[in-house]
Design a protein around this ligand. Structure first.
Ligand code: DHB
Ligand code: MG
Length: 219
């Protein structure tokens, strides 16, 4: 076992189970060309988002952290005709790239991109229909704030997915000074302690290295 083998095995799984996908590949090409960081979810994880959306029957999805729209496309396909994805992006340049890729994938009508800091945008979503699924993939320092909003904007049964909980195993280092690791660990503790959630987490290894994802349901 080695990181190189994990990467190759993940590529194999992507080839077999995801395969060639022109709209997703175009979204990644546009994102890379624009110089956005290559930190989108792995193909097999994008498909996991899609499957969780469909398994839960989610029609109204909230994404925190759009980046170039790669995961947004997975979610927007999964909500089906008449479904909707609200996705929040702090960087207007990222949002513009995402908008083009989402429209090119013919999913424009299902996706509303809200530009701004999520902490500012999330309160404006109060009072609308609850979200059925929330995917949190933004600045890790604010993870607990985003979990709180996921609970407030959801309903019992809402699925909550939190990206990047593994962080190369750094989450067990008590003396870490990495604010992303600290934010992630606080989020995991919140998922354990806050009675609004029932949660677990899985480590992942693959094209993105050693990381993981937390899954929760709102009680
Ligand atoms: C980082 C953020 C992500 O959402 C991700 O998937 C990988 C890394 C980061 O900020 O380090
Ligand atoms: Mg992520």
């Amino acid at each position: 076992s080695s990181p190189e083998n994990w990467r190759r095995a993940d590529e194999f799984l992507s080839d077999v189970l995801v395969g060639h996908d022109p709209d997703l590949e175009a979204a990644l090409a546009a994102q890379n060309e624009a110089g956005l960081p290559p930190i989108e979810v792995a193909p097999v994880s994008g498909k996991l988002l899609s499957l969780l959306t469909r398994i839960s029957g989610a029609r109204r999805v909230l994404e925190i952290g759009t980046l170039g729209g790669y995961s947004t496309i997975w979610l927007a396909r999964a909500v089906g005709d008449g479904g909707e994805v609200v996705t929040i992006e702090a960087e207007p340049g990222n949002a513009a790239i995402a908008r083009e890729s989402i429209d090119a994938a013919d999913l424009g009508e299902r996706v509303a991109i809200r530009i701004g800091r999520a902490a500012d945008v999330l309160p404006t979503l109060e009072g609308s229909e609850p979200f059925d699924l929330v995917f949190i993939d933004a600045d890790k320092e604010s993870n607990t704030v985003y979990l709180d909003w996921a609970a407030r904007l959801g309903r019992p049964g809402t699925v909550v997915i939190l990206d990047n909980i593994g962080r190369e195993g750094e989450i067990v280092r008590e003396d870490t000074t990495d604010s992303k690791v600290i934010g992630t660990r606080e989020a995991l503790q919140m998922l354990a302690d806050d009675p609004r959630f029932d949660a677990t987490a899985l480590q992942t290894v693959g094209v993105k290295g050693w990381d993981g994802v937390a899954l929760a349901v709102i009680v």
